[in-house]
Design a protein around this ligand. Structure first.
Ligand SMILES: CCCCCCCC(=O)SCCNC(=O)CCNC(=O)[C@H](O)C(C)(C)COP(=O)(O)OP(=O)(O)OC[C@H]1O[C@@H](n2cnc3c(N)ncnc32)[C@H](O)[C@@H]1OP(=O)(O)O
Length: 194
């Protein structure tokens, strides 16, 4: 894409991303990785409640219903909230790779206003992997999955060890997530392969 900064261009030795054999089948919902996540968590009342569905290869789709609490200007979604929706959608791709990774860089284009009450139809894919660096892009459309593009983003995610969360997260939440009796929920809170 023109205008993308050099650090979002995969290097010459980057490889094609490989979908993990245990990744959810195309069409399957990914589910929230962590109940309290602002992007996808069902236990987060103020969150976006984004629902992502696996696509072919290392791609997915997601929907974000824009509610009044997401406003910036009257009747319109806040740009930072839209960037969050893109970040969450792009971050969900790591579950298809089964790689723990965090956003290093996120570049966003806002092309059309997104009114409250609309559904943003998001699509994202990993385009390349180079060592710990995961390159991806996403679009968000209004008026339906084939509607005009309202927002788009390119991102660089960096693979991390689970220690990234354990060493840096607030101990209360780390302890609570680690002592969840549900093994899958415990693993997914940190996006570790259960
Ligand atoms: C469980 C999943 C949850 C998903 C939620 C949705 C996604 C999120 O919002 S994650 C939260 C937001 N992100 C963060 O908090 C990350 C904060 N940043 C950090 O912790 C660190 O900077 C981190 C881990 C990204 C990189 O640090 P570190 O591990 O020391 O790696 P570092 O050596 O600096 O960088 C590795 C490579 O990435 C590159 N890189 C790192 N950051 C950037 C950046 N911002 N721009 C461009 N390149 C970068 C480096 O240049 C380096 O490249 P190379 O290997 O070619 O030299």
């Amino acid at each position: 894409m023109s205008g993308t900064s050099a650090s979002l261009q995969p290097p010459a030795d980057a490889v094609t991303p490989v979908r993990h054999p245990d990744a959810p089948a195309p069409g399957e919902l990914l589910g929230a990785h962590y109940g309290e996540c602002f992007g996808c968590g069902g236990e987060q009342p103020h969150g976006l409640h984004l629902q992502a569905r696996a696509g072919e290869g290392v791609s997915l789709t997601a929907e974000f219903a824009v509610r009044p609490e997401h406003q910036g200007a009257p009747g319109l979604a806040h740009g930072g909230i839209l960037a969050t929706a893109l970040d969450e959608t792009l971050g969900s791709l790591n579950w298809l790779l089964r790689t723990i990774a965090v956003t290093g860089r996120l570049e966003t284009d806002f092309r059309r206003p997104v009114p409250v009450g609309t559904t943003l139809h998001l699509e994202a894919e990993v385009t390349a992997v180079a060592g710990r660096k995961i390159y991806s892009r996403a679009t968000g459309r209004v008026g339906g999955p084939d509607g005009p593009v309202a927002v788009r983003a390119e991102a660089l995610f960096i693979e991390v060890k689970v220690d990234h969360f354990i060493d840096n997260g607030r101990p209360e939440e780390i302890q609570a997530a680690m002592s969840d009796p549900d093994q899958v929920r415990r693993a997914r809170a940190f996006e570790v392969n259960p």
